[in-house]
Design a binder for this molecule. Structure first.
Ligand code: GTP
Ligand code: MG
Length: 195
């Protein structure tokens, strides 16, 4: 994808009305701090257009990035952030659920999981929820630069088994430091979801 223009077009909080976009949307879900906003920056060739933070819980809204007036990359708040009250968590959860359920233009949900860790309960719930909603889940194993090359296959196996993925489920390793995996992700978006 050649990036000609990017624009943070819509920011939705808990009480906001969701936009009725007329172009395809690709959403990124995952635990807080897993690297969703960093991945979106990487895809857009920007360092910090999407706000990122070393502290979890940075993205608290649903952010729609218009790419080339052609499609949207959708940054979702992370789940499982311990420092947020239970009621706050529930509100975000509902907001994410509402979006995934209501959007007419959502074409795919990428689920991000840190390659260093076994998937948690929330990751499993999200994975199966994506499936139930009829989307083909694509998993991105983030922070690839944090492990040794020799560890990759072992970690991917832990990920596959932990999520109990369906046979043939794709997992794309990605690093926002080296940008390894970027082309593969764009390729997938362009060939499978924008045509
Ligand atoms: P929330 O908005 O809180 O849900 O988090 P997020 O999933 O958007 O994570 P974010 O992109 O803000 O990144 C969290 C932290 O992880 C930041 O300090 C990033 O610099 C770091 N990070 C993200 N991706 C990578 C990666 O591929 N490699 C390394 N080494 N660090 C990463
Ligand atoms: Mg974020």
């Amino acid at each position: 994808m050649i990036i000609r223009s990017i624009n943070l077009e819509t920011v939705c909080g808990v009480t906001s009305k969701l936009p009725e976009n007329d172009k395809p949307e690709i959403a990124f879900a995952g635990k807080s701090n897993v690297g969703k906003s960093s991945l979106i920056n990487g895809l857009m060739n920007r360092k910090s257009y999407a706000r990122i933070s070393a502290k979890p819980g940075k993205t608290q809204t649903i952010n729609f990035y218009n790419i080339n007036e052609q499609m949207y990359l959708v940054d979702l708040p992370g789940y499982g952030y311990a420092k947020v009250s239970a009621s706050e968590k529930e509100k975000w959860g509902k907001m994410i659920e509402r979006y995934l359920h209501q959007s007419k233009q959502l074409k795919a949900v990428f689920l991000l999981i840190d390659i260093r860790h076994a998937p948690g309960n929330n990751d499993k719930i999200m994975y199966h929820w994506i499936l139930e909603q009829g989307y083909k889940p694509i998993i991105i194993a983030t922070k690839l630069d944090k492990i040794k090359r020799s560890q990759i296959q072992k970690q991917l196996k832990i990920l596959r088994e932990g999520l109990e993925v369906l046979p043939g489920t794709e997992i794309i390793p990605y690093s926002s430091v080296t940008k390894q995996g970027r082309e593969e992700i764009w390729n997938k978006i362009e060939t499978e979801f924008l045509t």
